[in-house]
Design a protein around this ligand. Sequence first.
Ligand SMILES: [Zn+2]
Ligand SMILES: [Zn+2]
Length: 258
Amino acid sequence: MRIMQLGKSAAYPTGRNWNVSYLIDLDGIYLLIETPPAIANQLNYAGILPDQIDWIYISHSHGDHLLGLPMILVEKYARRSEKTINIVTHPCLPSLIKQVVTLVYPEMEKYVTEHTRFIVLDETNDFSIPTGSGFKLKGAYGDHGVPSMAVRVEDAYKSLVYSGDTAPSGSVTRLADGATALIHEAGAASQEMRLRAKKNHTTPAQAGEIAGLAKCGQLWLTHLEKTSPDFITMCVNEAMEYFDGHICVAPDFQWITI
Ligand SMILES: [Zn+2]
Ligand SMILES: [Zn+2]
């Protein structure tokens, strides 16, 4: 399983950084996690065409995770792609997603209906995706003020858990049990966010605790308010107090094999 981080920033990206998104290569099947507003640019920068993506996962309805989806679909529409894209998401999102896409591109209603397939995840789902590559997806509800869902991606050898946006959550910790890698948000790293958003986001220390409790192999911190080297070092050092496995803030636009 290979992972390319396309962005690691929280809702308001700083400098040349991008909002959170990950591309997962499952033996030639591409799963895109999150579609932030500039995802078309992020994919272009990564050298990936929207038509190469087989599956999309969207954790929740906030704009920094969802609003780029119309831009992926409009590029497929303009290129007359006949490929159906599978969109895996929280149970309450398919109707909202269709509304958003057809609100901004009303002429695409028929195309979207015919070329998207929605699959909802919930905590009772643990299904294999019939792609031939045999990977599985499973979800768990996070705690974020709006319905939000973490996802576990498994192939025959490795497992990856992505938290979505969430405060520390027992169900997400259980989902991460024994995962090869946990990509967990650390959106409450600054003092301001610790005070303002502690019910909706996680501190680096809490992310470290979760990785330790779940006995994950490695922890990637993401959804960061700032991405300066000093801030990243502070986040990693804080998580290290609670987790003795490998911790990183991954570099953007590089394939990393787990
Ligand atoms: Zn977010
Ligand atoms: Zn959010």
